[in-house]
Design a protein around this ligand. Sequence first.
Ligand SMILES: [Zn+2]
Length: 87
Amino acid sequence: MINQMSKMRNFNIRAPFSREIIAAIRAFQDNTYVHPLTCGMCDSDAPMMVLESGLNCKSCGHIQAWIPESVLRLTNPALAGNFMKEQ
Ligand SMILES: [Zn+2]
């Protein structure tokens, strides 16, 4: 059970983001069925802008240089699968 849980644990994907990953994150940010990735440093609830260097908060300028892998699992499962094999 513990092994199964650890295999399924979430992990972060770090910037710089490839074009494929940027497209997947943008699809996530535009998906109306999930809460978009928002800034953890200020009160803004606006979706963060997706750049190669990370997610950029339009309100305070913070750059978050990682995303949870679950974002890719939703928007590009094949891409997420590649990351899981590499880890
Ligand atoms: Zn912010």
